[in-house]
Design a protein around this ligand. Structure first.
Ligand SMILES: [Zn+2]
Length: 594
């Protein structure tokens, strides 16, 4: 920041260029029909500091309203040195400076994925990936193939199945979910544990149920359900807190492995995840639920220079463990801006895809079912008190309208009692299905809606089925209503629930076009400018980092991406083909497309 003010102070002559916004551009921003390009550079400065890298000849989306676009950017060290016209910025280039000709391409702040699971992304690349299977038979076949090459008795772990995305419902399905029999017959000797795409459900085979002691007599734990056939036998599907029944056994077996082996595997997962994020232009990542041990591992990765994108961590541990560790583990910009731990993750409910989202009224397609309370509100209240005491942000997963209302009520009460308010920047993760009365409360309370645009288009085909038309129309992924009422939306992908690709997510945000080509309540779409903001500046705001991230401005971190198409003006078909050409984090090029 200091550098930024220094630059402002030396600015004597401000160069002003007016240009008109290209047709078909940023729908929203009629206010931006005329774009003013301000250059912050003064003639005296060019001699004083030489840039390491200069980008020129492009369209720079600064995400700063007062200067929404420029053509060139200079970088020095890990910061942005200057933003302006080619002429002004190229003056900062010396003999050692790398000059990158943008040739009209689009340069913007690096994408900030405000909700994802970094290690799970990497692990999903190391495990059986089931998100693309077309039906139950194919799933069984894939698992059987994996078992054939596994060691005797070894757990077969897969992830990504989603019954709503199959071309047919299995014939013996219960409530639409598969029953284990065919899987158990194909894989009798290995315990199988298959994580649902949402992460809120497990499917296990008979071998795993035997190890976990799951029988017809096993009761549903609080906040969870063991799905059963009409004659009372467990189907192998475990929802929400019932997942622990199988996880416990799997984790016990995992714990017995040597630490060094586990850390090697975790490092491999981190590398795979980082490579994928950087290739797609993600420079900062909000990890929505890490353990204290993950934090130890991330910190070590920073110390060894192994972290190549910036991490903002939400801790997910019991209140008891948090109480004893929060003070010591809190860190902001550790290692020079690589790792921040100052947030806590909690779950109010489950997911829509698994009928686990906590609704005010029953599901349209499952009468009597209103979802799961994953963590009771009283427990969340204790977490809120811890967050206040140790100055942590609280981020609560809430998908159903009832869960969202309960969390808003809790936040409002805690704010009132403590005399605090929007400066806390507490977040609701997903905020997916809202009662219309609750929509304006986000803006009023300053609660951040941390939403994943891509969920709207991937869940879209079954949302009306679950909620009925009216609930879907009034409150499903209600971005436009939220923004109109003054809420801040931070965008993300919830990877590995959805692909981490920001351009696909951006397209979902501005079109709400589903894979079948239809639009899902398009009146709730974001404008292009709003969608970019939600992925840059506002995602930075959601982590208290808007002074240095999510903007292209002198003094900000040099976290930048170059994209082949102009995301603010190119037609939809071109954006569908758009590629990230270069990703820079802290002034270092971390990815460059050949
Ligand atoms: Zn998540």
């Amino acid at each position: 920041m200091r550098q930024f003010f220094r630059l402002l102070r030396v600015t004597r002559s401000v160069h002003v260029v007016k240009e008109s916004w290209p047709a078909g551009g940023c729908g929203a921003s009629s206010l931006l029909l005329s774009v003013v390009v301000l250059a912050f550079l003064a003639s005296g400065l060019s001699m004083a500091q030489t840039a390491d890298v200069v980008f020129w000849g492009g369209y720079v989306a600064t995400m700063v309203e007062a200067q929404p676009s420029a053509t060139a950017v200079a970088v020095r060290g890990d910061r942005i040195l200057a933003v302006g016209s080619d002429e002004q910025v190229l003056r900062l280039a010396g003999p050692q400076t790398r000059r990158i000709a943008l040739e009209g391409r689009f340069l913007m702040p690096g994408f900030i994925d405000a909700h994802g699971h970094l290690l799970s992304l990497g692990e999903s690349r190391m495990r059986l990936e089931l998100s693309q299977v077309r039906n139950w038979q194919e799933l069984v076949q894939r698992v059987a193939e994996a078992a054939r090459v596994a060691d005797p008795g070894q757990w077969i772990v897969g992830r990504g199945w989603h019954q709503e995305k199959w071309d047919a419902t299995p014939p013996d399905a219960v409530e639409g979910y598969p029953v284990h029999n065919a899987l158990s017959a194909a894989v009798p000797d290995h315990p199988v544990l298959l994580i649902h795409a949402t992460g809120h459900m497990l499917l296990v085979n008979a071998c795993a149920m035997e190890l976990a002691g799951i029988t017809s007599q096993t009761p549903d734990p609080p906040g969870g359900r063991v799905l059963r056939t009409p004659d009372g036998k467990p189907t192998g599907v475990l929802r929400e807190n019932a997942m622990q029944l199988a996880y416990r056994v799997y984790e016990r077996q995992q714990r017995e492995r040597p630490d060094a082996e586990k850390d090697r595997e975790r490092l491999r997962a981190l590398q795979l995840a980082q490579d994928e994020c950087l290739r797609l232009g993600v420079t900062s990542f909000h990890d929505a639920g890490s353990s204290l041990d993950d934090v130890r591992f991330f910190r070590q990765a920073v110390d060894r220079g192994e972290l190549r994108l910036r991490l903002y961590v939400m801790l997910n541990e019991s209140n008891e463990r948090l109480a004893s560790r929060l003070a010591e583990v809190r860190m902001v910009d550790y290692g020079g801006g690589w790792l921040t731990v100052r947030a806590i993750k909690r779950f109010a409910d489950g997911a829509l895809g698994t009928h686990g989202a906590w609704m005010l009224a029953p599901y349209e397609d499952l009468p009597g079912e209103t979802g799961n309370v994953v963590q009771p509100i009283e427990e969340l209240r204790k977490t809120a008190e811890l967050a206040l005491r140790y100055d942590y942000q609280l981020c609560v997963h809430a998908i159903g309208d009832r869960a969202n209302r309960e969390v808003l009520d809790l936040f409002e009460q805690v704010m009132k009692q403590s005399g605090r308010g929007s400066e806390l920047r507490w977040r609701i993760e997903h905020a997916q299905h809202l009662h219309p009365d609750d929509i304006p409360r986000f803006g009023r309370l300053g609660v951040i809606a941390s939403m994943q645009a891509v969920h709207a288009v991937s869940d879209g085909p079954f949302v009306v089925e679950r909620l009925g038309w009216r609930r879907a129309a009034e409150g499903a992924y209600a971005w436009a209503s939220l923004l109109r009422s003054g809420a801040i939306i931070a965008n993300g992908t919830d990877v590995p629930v959805e692909p981490v690709d920001p351009i696909a997510n951006f397209l979902a945000a501005i079109t709400r076009r589903m894979a079948n080509g239809e639009l899902f309540f398009p009146e709730q779409a974001m404008t292009r400018w709003q969608a970019l903001r939600s992925y840059t500046r506002d995602a930075a705001y959601a982590a208290f980092e808007e002074d240095r991230k999510g903007i292209v401005r002198p003094g900000a971190l040099a976290d930048l991406v170059v994209i082949s198409e102009n995301l603010l003006t190119a037609p939809e078909e071109n954006i569908r083909r758009a590629r990230v050409d270069l990703t820079m984090v802290g002034g270092r090029i971390q990815y460059e497309r050949r």
